[in-house]
Ligand binder design. Structure first.
Ligand code: PEP
Ligand code: MG
Length: 319
């Protein structure tokens, strides 16, 4: 099986009935970019740019960020680079940019909420991203989007960064929103006109949908993306996105056994996973028939429990 996965790793993955599903890699540094290219990733579907900002005394300036993003692009050799703007706050505070204290940091100032409170840091990051987007295909990805107004403000900040560079709009520049907040999933039809792509972050979407904190062992059994409530939200995003907005999934769920078929069945056409898992996920795509997966997914959405939904796609996990 591993040999079969490795053999097809560098070709695009198509389902049995010929639907292409792009398989990207999630990166948190330069070593991951090298690993992603070696593993045959079609793109970098998520760059967690926090790696540049954490564990230091001051924020990286525009030049430092531009260099770092360019190094990722070089390692990816022309593959699309999805740069997520800073997702700090929550469990990842920055010493040089404190946020208001919160009893519930995951429900406080994090992700895009943080960037909109710090337009100076946001503009610097967007400027670096725009500079690299003039050299390679780039998607700007905004984390923790909750409302249409926030997403519009983020787009306005990006437009301003493009204008300030005075070189026109970079030809391959695309805009994407993370769907991690249940309200955003339910408002996908209103958010879709503002973006080229939705990237569903099932790690956070699961924690917020089930009110079960990530990494809290006491509620680990509750916090599963197989919960039919989470699956229904993913399905709702795919339906609302329509043909003009792609839907990808970049949470850990995308690489779970059975999940590729479930997500393809719900309408997802791009998956992004840890670099080492790209070949196995491409193999899972190649073993899926879209029409059959769609029928099975429709049944899984109506399952009463996570275990029963999962059993539709992973027969070894009988409830
Ligand atoms: C997610 O929430 O699923 C996600 C991909 O983002 P992160 O894990 O960085 O919060
Ligand atoms: Mg997240």
């Amino acid at each position: 099986r591993r040999r079969a996965a490795a053999a097809g790793a560098h070709r695009p993955a198509r389902t049995i009935d010929g639907v292409e599903v792009r398989v990207g890699a999630n990166l948190a540094g330069l070593a991951d970019a090298t690993a992603a290219a070696a593993a045959g990733a079609d793109l970098a579907g998520l760059v967690r740019t926090e790696f540049l900002f954490l564990d230091r005394g001051t924020a990286p300036d525009v030049d430092e960020q531009t260099e770092a993003y360019r190094a990722l692009a070089d390692a990816l050799d022309g593959r699309r680079l999805t740069l997520r703007t800073l997702d700090v706050g929550g469990d990842k505070p920055l010493a040089y940019a404190p946020v208001p204290a919160s009893d519930n940091p995951f429900l406080g100032v994090r992700g895009l909420r943080f960037s909109l409170l710090r337009p100076d840091l946001f503009a610097a990051q967007l400027t670096a991203i725009v500079r690299v987007a003039h050299e390679t295909p780039v998607t700007v990805l905004f984390p923790m989007v909750t409302t249409v107004d926030e997403l519009a403000a983020a787009r306005a900040a990006l437009d301003e960064a493009v204008r300030a560079e005075k070189r026109g709009t970079p030809p391959g520049l695309e805009v994407a929103a993370m769907v991690e907040v249940p309200s955003a999933a339910l408002k996908a039809a209103a958010l879709a006109p503002l973006v080229d792509e939705f990237s569903v972050g099932t790690n956070d979407l699961t924690q917020y949908t089930l009110a079960a904190a990530r990494g809290d062992e006491g509620v680990a059994a509750l916090g599963t993306p197989w919960d039919p409530g989470v699956l229904r939200l993913v399905g709702a995003v795919c339906r609302a996105a329509g043909p003009s907005t792609r839907v990808s999934v970049c949470g850990e769920f995308a690489s779970e056994p059975g999940a590729a078929a479930a997500l393809i069945g719900l309408g997802v056409r791009e998956l992004s996973v840890a670099p080492a898992l790209v070949p196995a996920v491409k193999l899972a795509v190649r073993e899926t028939t879209t029409s059959e997966a769609a029928r099975t997914a429709a049944e899984a959405l109506n399952a009463p429990t996570a275990a029963k939904a999962q059993a539709f796609f992973s027969p070894s996990t009988q409830p």
